[in-house]
Design a protein around this ligand. Structure first.
Ligand code: KG4
Ligand code: ZN
Length: 352
């Protein structure tokens, strides 16, 4: 089965073609057009994102089909990110996907963006499968999930304020590094001294106590601590790498510690890292160091960790395989609960 997947939830217009071979997703092509226009404004401007998707969607889909050697008529199913995301941006992909599915008389499936991030490693690590703990860290979300099986997700913890990627982006702005901040902070931090700025590790203490906040995150106080240090600096050019390092070390320690304890308390042998922040090599290395032989750390390549349609296609093949599909009433949703999210309390009882 040839599936065309579309992702337009934020500032990437992306289309991918996947085939399902012996029950596994195989990537035939993936085109990702990143909207550069937002750099000028230091963050994503929703209205500009929608317009850029409108301009790009047809050529991006054409290119994905051409690279896969397919004509439009060869498409046997259409998948599109239905949310969460910028509603105007999502609308472009959803309308395009709905129209195409209807015209071709093919099934349509709306995909949750974060379930897409969860499925990204399946395209590169055929042996990756639940049970696992998943840490999804992107520009808009920070979620620690217990994944006993595909389609069943138990939320262990999320952020109380800023998402992890949002914190990278805001600190990037404070350090005058432009948007997005994550990649620039990682580059700078590599040359920074770890001991010069010791920033707080927000909510790390909560790990000690079983309770609703054990696996929660908070990054806005850390951002304020960096802001104070930036204001106190008499030579930002000199201090910038050390500030980047101090900030990155604090974020990574909290993320990795909470993820590792979650893996231990669930008794699993796999930690999956996903979302744009999982492109951070220092995060991956710290997770591998912390988990040692207890669990392996599975991460997709950077190209598939940042927003792309290939991951949406991989999640779509799972959903279609379960007999799910959507009708022409599929609507984009800025906020959308993860399908299969259990509301029962998370298992506690950590091994600490
Ligand atoms: O998943 P993604 O592409 O978009 C959303 O769904 O939000 O994630 C984008 C986020 C941005 O906040 C960006 O700064 C962050 O991922 N990011 C990184 C790195 N590369 C991208 N954060 C830290 N280190 C990186 N190397
Ligand atoms: Zn994303």
């Amino acid at each position: 089965m040839n599936l065309l997947a579309i992702e337009t939830s934020c500032d990437e217009t992306s289309a991918a073609v996947l085939a399902s071979v012996a029950g596994r997703p195989v990537l035939r092509s993936c085109v990702i057009l990143s909207q550069d226009v937002h750099r000028v404004f230091g963050g994503v401007v929703p209205e500009l994102a929608s317009r850029a998707h409108l301009t790009a969607i047809v050529p991006v889909v054409d290119q994905a089909l051409a690279e896969a050697g397919l004509e439009l008529e060869d498409v046997e199913a259409v998948a599109v990110t239905a949310g969460p995301g910028l509603v105007g941006a999502l609308l472009v992909g959803v309308l395009y996907g709905k129209t195409l599915a209807r015209r071709l008389g093919r099934p349509l499936i709306g995909v949750h963006h974060l379930e897409g991030h969860l499925f990204a490693p399946t395209l590169e690590h055929p042996d990756f499968a639940p049970p696992c703990v998943a840490l999804l860290v992107s520009g808009g979300h920070t979620m620690l999930l217990d994944v006993p099986e595909w389609g069943t997700y138990r939320l262990l913890g999320t952020t109380r304020d800023d998402a992890a990627g949002e914190a990278f982006d805001k600190v990037g702005t404070l350090l005058e590094l432009g948007y997005p901040g994550g990649p620039a902070i990682e580059r700078l931090a590599a040359t920074g001294r770890p001991a010069r700025f010791r920033f707080p590790r927000p909510m790390l203490q909560a790990l000690e106590h079983e309770g609703p906040d054990q696996f929660s995150f908070s990054f806005s106080g850390l951002k304020t601590a960096v802001l104070r240090a930036v204001r106190q600096s008499d030579d930002l050019d000199r201090d910038r790498p050390d500030l980047a390092r101090g900030f990155q070390d604090a974020v990574i320690e909290v993320l990795v510690e909470k993820a590792a304890v979650a893996v231990e308390s669930c008794g699993y042998d796999t930690l999956m890292l996903g979302g744009g922040v999982a492109c951070n090599g220092a995060l991956r290395a710290a997770a591998e160091r912390r988990l040692g032989r207890t669990a392996r750390v599975v991460v997709a390549s950077n190209r598939l960790n940042t927003d792309n349609a290939a991951m949406i296609g991989a999640a779509a093949l799972f959903r279609l395989g379960r007999g799910e599909q959507h009708g022409p009433d599929l609507e984009p949703a800025a906020a959308l609960p993860l399908p299969g999210l259990l509301t029962a309390p998370a298992p506690t009882g950590t091994a600490r």
